[in-house]
Design a protein around this ligand. Structure first.
Ligand SMILES: [Zn+2]
Length: 139
């Protein structure tokens, strides 16, 4: 599949990469739409801010460049992983792109958006919406 991947300041490439695996508790999504955020522009024009660099891997995902960009996406569920109960193939979805540390309380009262070291799918790793497909946790 094709994906727009961030390598470094001024270096984004559209490349062929493998489709993401759908792990337990995840769904696969055919991306329908993805915005280009001002943050994406700052990553490209200035320096890695949320994106990892070769010297500074993302502390949660462990990823270094290249990472797939795109954190404002919608799509259609194309595969339901083991243990997923709230979504089915064909559902139209949007992705809340938070990357939070393992064990973080992601309930509505958990304030997980303020977790130390939190980041975003499509910047810090775990794929991105500027690709044909993505796999994300059911939540
Ligand atoms: Zn954004």
């Amino acid at each position: 599949m094709r994906a727009a991947r961030f390598y470094d300041r001024g270096d984004i490439r559209v490349e062929e990469i493998n489709e993401p695996a759908v792990k337990t508790g995840q769904v696969g999504i055919d991306v329908a739409w993805c915005g280009i955020c001002g943050t994406d522009l700052h990553e490209f024009l200035d320096e890695p801010i949320f994106c990892p660099s070769a010297e500074h891997p993302n502390p949660i995902t462990g990823e270094v460049p290249p990472v797939t960009l795109g954190h404002e996406m919608s799509g259609i569920v194309n595969f339901v992983g083991q243990g997923v109960s709230g979504l089915k193939v064909g559902d139209h979805v949007v992705v809340e792109p938070y990357i939070v540390p393992e064990g973080t309380d992601t309930s509505e009262t958990g304030h997980y958006n303020l977790s130390e070291g939190s980041n975003f799918i499509g910047l810090g790793g775990n794929g991105g919406g500027l690709a044909e497909k993505i796999s994300v946790d059911e939540r």
